[in-house]
Design a protein around this ligand. Structure first.
Ligand code: PLP
Length: 398
């Protein structure tokens, strides 16, 4: 089946695929004819808001994850907000969260009324939240702990689950990066009270925008389902199917609904997710092999972790953080290689510094200043990978 490419618009669009001038994007989205057909068929159906395709996607995603319930929503940020609310987070409650994450992990705690308490990571080589630091931050006000699986590599989620069980805390997993990733044979996103996923356009399973909350807890699922659609006791699809017209609103909800075209796109892409993730693993192993000879780099996580990761991004850490800025400029300007930063530290952003002053997290700050995210997407060519590694080696040896 021929691939229909919907790539990033880059200044060099029009150059041939192999042109050395072509910008290698940090991620790229490929859309197949099956994807297009699924969306077109949905548009033709005339039913665009949440309905049967959403339900089918939730069922298939829950099956692939091994969770009891899946609630599809408009974004992972919405899923995080619903997860914190369902966990009972409110005013006065502290939630221990990594700062080495995307800001949404923490922002949603504040939107729920709680207070984020930032924990450090182990090291730039192991950029996952440090369970011993988490334990030291627990106070009588602590209600929950968040595990974020950076890049689709498992956080110390079993250890954190044990800690939460011992201390009577709720564990929430931010599995935005982690569809199909596992630890000990169990899927990430299934260890906590709820696990949340992102379908933003650069993600492993991408639909432009979208998210999902997975849980084995019937009350959490019911709370998320209700709040995603204004807490109305009956939705439009039910009424369209002939259910009673009357509905009540017993709580305060939101419009966090996903829609049918995106659910159809997700269903179509879910069918090849295993293959996509396997390609990412092959490319990640190849990156790691090629990069081991490049001086001045720390490659996070171990080679063994690749087989169970979703390999969402390819992070490298610079031994000399002072080179982060100019190296990224040189890669872009001289080698036409786009990079990204996963992540600036959340506690150092203006909004967080103002609200929660005085936070110091040495390992997070070092990782944030050292990291460069290299291009990685499931259909990336080896030629492009060689170009990225060659450019990095040339600049680091300069
Ligand atoms: C770790 C993490 N959590 C949450 C989010 C928020 O996801 P969304 O953009 O779907 O709201 C992201 C998105 O980049 C993320 O990387």
């Amino acid at each position: 089946m021929p691939w229909s490419r919907i790539g990033l618009e880059t200044p060099s669009m029009g150059a041939t695929e192999t042109s050395p001038d072509r910008l290698i994007p940090v991620f790229d989205l490929e859309v197949t004819s099956e994807d297009l057909d699924a969306v077109a068929e949905t548009l033709r159906s005339g039913w665009l808001t949440m309905g049967p395709r959403t339900l089918e996607f939730e069922t298939k995603f829950a099956q692939s994850l091994g969770s009891q319930y899946a609630v599809a929503v408009s974004s992972c940020t919405a899923a995080l907000h619903l997860a914190y609310l369902a966990a009972g987070i409110g005013v006065g409650d502290e939630v221990i969260v990594p700062s080495y994450t995307m800001a949404a992990t923490a922002a949603a705690i504040v939107h729920a009324g709680g207070t984020p308490v930032f924990a450090d990571i182990v090291s730039p080589a192991l950029p996952m939240v440090d369970p011993s630091h988490v334990e030291g931050l627990i106070t009588p006000r602590t209600k929950a702990v968040v595990a974020m699986h950076f890049g689709g590599y498992a956080a110390a989620v079993e250890e954190l689950a044990d800690l939460c069980a011992r201390c009577g805390l709720v564990l929430i997993e931010d599995a935005a990066h982690s569809p199909l990733a596992t630890v000990g044979g169990r899927r990430l996103g299934t260890f906590g009270l709820a696990g949340v996923f992102s379908f933003f356009s650069n993600k492993v399973l991408a639909a432009g925008e979208g998210g999902l909350l997975a849980t084995d807890d019937a009350d959490v699922a019911a709370s998320a389902r209700s709040r995603r659609s204004h807490a109305m006791t009956r939705g439009s699809w039910d009424r369209h199917q002939g259910g009673p017209e009357h509905y009540d609103v017993p709580a305060l909800g939101f419009n966090y609904r996903i829609d049918e075209p995106r659910a159809a796109l997700l269903l179509s892409r879910l069918r090849r997710l295993e293959d996509d993730v396997e390609h990412r693993r092959v490319l990640t192993r190849r990156y790691r092999r090629l990069l081991q000879d490049v001086p001045g780099l720390i490659i996070p996580f171990g080679d063994d972790a690749v087989a169970t990761s979703s390999c969402y991004v390819m992070p490298v850490m610079l031994e000399d953080p002072s080179r982060q800025g100019d190296l990224r400029v040189a890669l872009r300007e001289q080698h036409r290689v786009q990079t990204s930063l996963f992540y600036p530290a959340v506690h150092e952003f203006t909004a967080y510094r103002a609200r929660y002053p005085g936070v110091s997290l040495p390992m997070t700050e070092l990782a944030a200043r050292s990291e460069i995210t290299l291009p990685l997407f499931s259909h990336m060519s080896e030629t492009d990978q060689d170009r990225v590694v060659g450019a990095l080696a040339q600049e680091l040896q300069a």
